[in-house]
Design a protein around this ligand. Structure first.
Ligand code: WT7
Length: 636
């Protein structure tokens, strides 16, 4: 236990528990006044998780605009205050600061350029951008005109981008000539060109970011800076119903293609802003730095929507933690006087390995809070963050949540006592519950499968284009409850410890990867007959990807083919999906009914190959395959 620190403006444990105990419809209707409504809502939550009556709605009758809430309403009081600080990949390149007034003009222009290209309320707009301010401008511009954005992480391949374009029927892409990350160029426009060969695209708006060479196709591609010159810097915000979609964000599940998680205007924005203030005791004007890319939900909620809705200043960093040196994060904190940094355990583990000197040579005196998100944080990394980076004076805010949940659900407030590795207590209106495999509710200090029994405003409302998939995916394992896919432990003190996924999802460096997706990519290769993918422990990434591949009869295993298959997956999905280990397997452990026993594959990937660890293999169609898998395990 790390004793609670005094933290002005933040709740202590009693305060949090009292707040949680006071949740009611009246509580929500009062709390949501933090947003500016064109028409205030008259209803809080209206929802049922039951099959016959399944529906989720929040803030009924409410009308608002997200971009007006993130920009316009701050103009009178803080128009000249910095809203966005941009720190480029190269430390010596010019950084930029944008005031709320400048962001207003930029977003209006962006919105007008989109309108001039025929984008209307309800249209889907795909954003495939580097971490530059224009990415945020584009998102806010969509929100301004009521278009639904789908941000696709710039690290995804043309194939992955095309799949997401087609799934949501988006006919317009906003991109940049290139991105810069860690001194390297990312050919975004060229990737879009390749995606256009697969998906049907009418318009590509290209932001000039690096000045790198690109080919522009007449009638399809336009330069943003040219189009922006011809439009007005004023664009009225579109009135939107609270339940109108704000964005789609694709995420991986245990089966099938990535699904388009849909979030709404009112509930989502409220939850992003409310949790940002509650977890980080955020005050208007403070500089908040979330290191996530806007291609992930963390970037949506804590780079763009939360901080700006709260009148904060948000830092957008184009680069990576270890470029040009492992001091970069802390140098950026010093340069811009960052008050809160919010990053992922994987980055901390990578930096920790480089030695304390890269940290201690910097000042970090502006830091007040240290946030973490994306995967369980091991106590060692937690301690290092707290003791070395924060010199013991900054609370560590471990926020547990998911793309589906919109923003944080279990997380401390800064004045609460902390425990390294625990996300502490639920936020108001969040009701976690542990169940066993049969759905029996577990009481007291114990471990189990983590469910949520009630709705909260920021929860996803659907899977784009597939009305049944939302209910099927999350509400059928334990009827009447939302199943998170995570395992968790509740300790004797009532604190929550998330232990990781219990489904076929791998958490690689805080990013979700569906095993089924990697398997589908592998079997597309002409030499591959079958593939099974599981997670394996990885010092830096948390989990790595371990692939078992059965080749076609006429193909021969070789190191060259192994490298080719790894490259193949990279090209099909993106670098984050690259297998860390790839084992050729003449056979996979299957039951007599043909089901692959992943439990055994996981154990072998973890290096746990004793008979006790592997358990009963006698029900396998061919128990001998296990011996071969063990004998040829990678990394022994
Ligand atoms: C999965 C969601 C949360 C936004 C970024 C990832 C894991 C996330 C934590 C945490 C332990 C965590 C869970 C969750 N996870 N945060 N603080 N402690 N595990 O969003 O890609 O939707 O992944 O990330 O397993 O289910 P995502």
């Amino acid at each position: 236990m790390v004793t609670a620190q005094a933290f002005p403006g933040a709740l202590d444990r009693d305060g949090r528990e009292a707040l949680n105990a006071g949740v009611s419809d009246a509580f929500w209707l009062d709390a949501v006044k933090r947003l500016d409504w064109m028409t205030p809502p008259t209803q809080a939550g209206d929802w049922s998780f039951e099959k016959d009556d399944f529906h989720i709605r929040w803030f009924g009758e409410g009308v608002l605009n997200v971009s007006a809430n993130c920009i316009d309403r701050h103009l009178t009081e803080r128009g000249d205050q910095v809203a966005i600080v941009f720190e480029p990949d190269e430390p010596d390149d010019r950084f930029h600061k944008f005031t709320y007034r400048e962001v207003h003009r930029a977003v209006c222009r962006f919105a007008n350029v989109m309108k001039s290209q025929g984008v209307r309320k309800g249209d889907r707009v795909t954003i495939y951008m580097p971490m530059i301010p224009e990415a945020a401008f584009a998102m806010l511009a969509c929100a301004r005109i009521g278009a639904v954005h789908s941000v696709v992480f710039g690290g995804f391949s043309p194939e992955a981008l095309a799949g997401r374009l087609e799934d949501c029927g988006s006919r317009i892409v906003i991109t940049a000539d290139e991105g810069r990350r860690g001194g390297k160029s990312v050919p975004l426009k060229a990737n879009v060109d390749a995606a256009c060969a697969i998906a049907e695209i009418d318009t590509v708006i290209v932001v000039q970011a690096t000045g790198g060479e690109v080919t522009m196709q007449d009638g399809r591609d336009i330069w943003y800076h040219e189009a922006a010159e011809t439009v007005s810097a004023d664009c009225p915000p579109e009135p939107m119903n609270a339940e109108d979609p704000l964005f789609i964000l694709y995420t991986s599940g245990s089966t099938g293609k990535p699904k388009g998680v849909m979030h709404t205007t009112g509930g989502y924005l409220f939850w992003a802003a409310y949790t940002h203030e509650l977890c980080f005791a955020h005050q208007p004007g403070q500089l908040f730095w979330c290191t996530a890319d806007v291609g992930w939900v963390t970037g949506h909620s804590y780079v763009v929507y939360g901080p700006l809705a709260n009148g904060g200043a948000t830092l957008m960093f184009e680069g990576v933690p270890n470029y040009p040196t492992p001091s970069r994060f802390w140098e950026v904190c010093d340069k811009h006087q960052v008050e809160t940094i919010f990053t992922a355990p994987t980055a901390l583990r990578a930096l920790m390995r480089e030695g304390d000197d890269f940290v201690t040579r910097t000042s970090r005196s502006s830091l007040k809070l240290l946030g973490t998100v994306g995967e369980p944080i091991n106590p060692e990394a937690w301690r290092w963050y707290h003791d070395v980076v924060g010199e013991g004076r900054c609370p560590v805010i471990d926020t547990w949540w998911q793309t589906e949940t919109g923003a944080a659900l279990i997380a401390p407030s800064p004045a609460m006592p902390l425990k390294p590795g625990s996300a502490t207590l639920p936020l108001p209106g969040v009701t976690p519950e542990l169940v066993d495999a049969d759905g029996q509710v577990l009481e007291g200090a114990t471990s189990g499968n983590l469910c949520l029994t009630t709705s909260w405003p920021g929860m996803m409302r659907g899977v784009w284009g597939d009305a049944d998939r939302f209910f099927q995916t999350y509400f059928t394992a334990y009827p009447g409850k939302y199943f998170t896919g995570d395992g968790a432990r509740r300790d004797a003190d009532g604190y929550w410890w998330i232990t990781g996924r219990v489904d076929d999802v791998i958490n690689v460096s805080g990013h979700r990867m569906g095993t089924a997706e990697v398997e589908s990519a592998l079997v597309l290769h002409a030499d591959v007959a079958e593939a099974a993918v599981v997670g394996m422990p990885h010092d830096i990434k948390g989990q790595g990807i371990y692939a078992y591949v059965t080749l076609n009869a006429d193909a021969t295993p070789s190191d060259q083919l192994r490298r080719e298959l790894v490259q193949w997956v990279r090209r099909e999905i993106g670098p984050i999906a690259s297998p860390d280990a790839l084992q050729f397997a003449p056979g996979l452990p299957k039951t007599r009914s043909g089901k692959i026993m992943r439990r055994i594959l996981r154990k072998i990937a973890e290096g746990e190959v004793s008979a006790a660890a592997l358990g009963d293999t006698s029900t396998l169609a061919d128990p001998a395959v296990v011996d071969d898998l063990v004998a040829n395990r990678i990394g022994q």
